[in-house]
Design a protein around this ligand. Sequence first.
Ligand SMILES: Cc1cc2nc3c(=O)[nH]c(=O)nc-3n(C[C@H](O)[C@H](O)[C@H](O)COP(=O)(O)OP(=O)(O)OC[C@H]3O[C@@H](n4cnc5c(N)ncnc54)[C@H](O)[C@@H]3O)c2cc1C
Length: 404
Amino acid sequence: MENSYDLLILGGGPAGLAAGMYGARARMKTAIIEKGRPGGQAATTEELENYPGFGPGTTGPGLTQAMADHAESFGAEFIKDTIVSLELTNNPKKITGKKGEYFAKAVIFALGAEPRLLNVEGEGKFRGKGVSYCATCDADLFEELDVAVVGSGDAAIEEAEYLTKFAETVTMIVIHEEGKVDANQVSAERAFKSPRLKWIWNSTVKKINGDGIVESLTLKNIKSGEESQLPVNGVFIYIGTVPKTELVKGVLDLTPHGYVFTDEKMATNVEGVFAAGDIRDKYLRQVVTAASDGSIAAVAAERYIHDRELWDREVLKAEKPVVVVYYNPTDMEGTEKAGLVDRFIEENPDRFSLVKVDATRNELVKTRYQIKEEELPLVQLFVNGEVTAAINQINIENLKALLS
Ligand SMILES: Cc1cc2nc3c(=O)[nH]c(=O)nc-3n(C[C@H](O)[C@H](O)[C@H](O)COP(=O)(O)OP(=O)(O)OC[C@H]3O[C@@H](n4cnc5c(N)ncnc54)[C@H](O)[C@@H]3O)c2cc1C
């Protein structure tokens, strides 16, 4: 089928790029669908100095371009398209973009996150006319002008420092008490020493004002309730991000804040669908953890495709009824019991075929047939792809009854 892949990666941020590199290197036919230029949020920061091995002087666009080149060098394909809908429970999985339809045996969902909006008057009206969420993209437009940065997390502080290279003044609007910021200590200490940053504490933006372009902010002091005007030409908003999971609501299990639940192999609740990067429910959202997630997801996806194809061929599409024994290789007693089944099948070679599955490793069957490790060893009889009988007390009598 045209546009058919082993692995489709949705989103070309650090998670998607790392997944693309691992997927293509494992010789899967791999494509990354990205609506813009590869790099994601990381490509919107000029100062990215905490990716191991790449210290000060590293830029987000530079690092992510290297990731994209790396993925491409192993054969990952890049498709420029905006994904608009997903059919993830089918096989193959179908991804619809504005420009085309794409099919895959496994999917890695890595659409990342987008800036959280302030949701105040003027924000939408002046977006691109003084309201920005990306210093790398827009800083040079504010050369020798006055700007404000809203927020005090890592991104806010780092981007504010970058803005000081262009703007005449950079004023931080911080909701916390004086001296308290959300950024890590190293960044915070450096920012406090910067003579080019000004600070307004205990304050939020109530309104963004202007005539065609941004001219001032109406600030509110949350302690005193007092309002004031801050004349600025631009405002950069860094108050966190929200995950891009609207396309999978009701399909993938999400946290109340909309992040995708995964297990440690990045598997979601839907078979063959993995999630990686900022879109996941996790502790630390950074480039290094996104790349780590992507690599795990790609390896797990490869394993899934392999297990699934084997299972389809040897069990679901087998001509004869199949006796499947699920076992745990570290349980000696259970493994010996599983050996009884071997002998039984050897005596009836024409009637049945035998498939043995290490159920501690095969996630696909474990999830699909809800096999619990404490119930191992377990035997199931498959006829025409369906489970027709099962036993978990393996002895000659039960086997005879099962296979009679
Ligand atoms: C300003 C800023 C500074 C940062 N600084 C650092 C730092 O110094 N160090 C650090 O480690 N981390 C930093 N981060 C965090 C880091 O960038 C993220 O953790 C990382 O980019 C997450 O990668 P991701 O691949 O999960 O998602 P993203 O980077 O969000 O990538 C997702 C990709 O999916 C694409 N996409 C979304 N929707 C669609 C669609 N419908 N169709 C097609 N494509 C789509 C997007 O265009 C995007 O390219 C910073 C973030 C920001 C915003």
